[in-house]
Design a protein around this ligand. Sequence first.
Ligand code: FES
Ligand code: FES
Length: 193
Amino acid sequence: MSTSSIAPSGAESGCAPDHVVQLRINGQRHTVTIDVRATLLDVLRERLRLTGTKKGCDHGLCGACTVSVDDERVVSCLTLAASIDGSDVLTIEGIAAGAELHPVQQAFLDCDGLQCGYCTPGQISSARAMLEEYQRGDLSTATFDGTRADVIGGCTRLSGPEIRERMAGNICRCGAYANIVEAIESVAEQRSP
Ligand code: FES
Ligand code: FES
C-alpha cells in the first residue's frame, strides 16, 4: 500500500489552527495538515487533487460531492475532514477495479445515464453505496409505501420508484433521471437472487 504525506501549506485562513488528519483514500494512506474548518470535499479536490468528486452547491443540497466514508454515503461538502480522522474514504477515482469499470460505472455508460456528466461521479458513488445499503437490508421510506407489491409478494427486486427515493439526494440538472434509474435498475437486477 502506498502512502503520501501532504506538507502543511500554512494556516490557509491565517487565523485557524492547523490540524493533522490521517485518511485512507482509495486504499492509499494520506497524512494531511489542514485548517480545522476544511471540508472533506476541499481536502480531496484542493489538497489531494482528487478532482473527480464535484462541487455543485457546496451546501449539502445536490449530491455532486457524494463519497463513501467507512462504507456510508456522505456529502463531502458538509463533512469536516477533521471529524473523520482515521477513516476510509472511497471516491469515484477508487471505484473501478484497475482497468475494469465497476458495474455501476459500466451501466451508466450502457444506459447513457448522463448528459453533461457533472453530477455523474456523485450519482455513481451514491448508487454504488445505495445498492450495498439495499443488499444489507437498510430500509427507505419507499420500502413500505404500498406500491411495493414485489415486497409483499416476497420478492426483493429493487423497483424504479424505490431507486428514485433512495437516490433523491442526487440532483441532475440535465434531467437524465430516466436513464440513471435504468442504469441502477440493471445493476440491481444482475444482483437479484
Ligand atoms: S456540493 Fe455537496 S451536496 Fe452539493
Ligand atoms: S448529467 Fe448534467 S447534471 Fe446530471
